[in-house]
Design a protein around this ligand. Sequence first.
Ligand code: CP
Ligand code: NVA
Length: 302
Amino acid sequence: MKKDVLAVADLSHDEITRVLSRAAELKSGRTSSSARPLSGRSVGLLFEKPSTRTRVSFEVGAFQLGAQPVCLSISDLQLGRGETVSDTARTLSRYLDAIVIRTSAHERLEVFAEAASIPVVNGLSDRHHPCQALADILTMQEKKGRLKGLRVAFIGDGNNVCNSLIEAASRMEFNLTVACPEGFEPDAGTLSAAQAGASAEIVVLRDPREAAGMADVVYTDVWVSMGQELEAEEKRKKFRDYQINSRLLSCAKNDVTVLHCLPAHRGEEITDEVIDGAHSAVFDQAENRLHVQKALMELILP
Ligand code: CP
Ligand code: NVA
């Protein structure tokens, strides 16, 4: 059966552990760089929204594994002229071995995956960003030496990145506190499913200082996600107290690691001082997108 990865919850604890361990192996260079395990395969990259990290790391990763990346933009496809998502999925399945899709509505991804006979990977939707969460947890594991029992604070919008982190916390048993303004909570269904199956503590509260208290990792993302530009001014006002700055960081552990999925809106959700400071691991986190996605492609294309 094909293996879709539309959310972190599509991966078991064992599958995530395999991805992390293979990603670490690939990163270390312990495997021969001439090994081309995906030689002869083709991976589609369909992006309906801008991307720097996801598209480039998948394209380079596929190339490094010997696969042919095929970059597709909606304006070049008949999809942009009204061909249905299902017909596009059925057609592309005849050419490609897997496809990564970045789109707005998560449901569009589900429709594509349902019609496709090849594995579909979510490269970001309005609800989930699973590839990001895999890189996040690899970075935490590298910096802290473990995942189980860590205290992680996500401070900001309960968005796609936050939802995927919640599912990762549930699967990998780290404690996660989300601090967000009222009305910007993570997806209720994702949260309750993650809490139900979790041995770790996953809580949502209002006070960013309480969330940051004694945290091993402090994480944030933009307040205004792609497609939310019309709400930007309103959101900026509501999130004013949720900025990751030195004062907020002083509530966390002395050796706290700071994460941000990037792109950052410097001076909004995070200050220059923090993102460029000694605790920041944001560029290691960005690099880790490449390693985890290579491991993920190997997993879904055995
Ligand atoms: N973090 C992330 O997904 O970045 P891009 O939007 O640049 O792909
Ligand atoms: N929450 C952000 C993440 C960007 C990688 C967005 O959806 O725009």
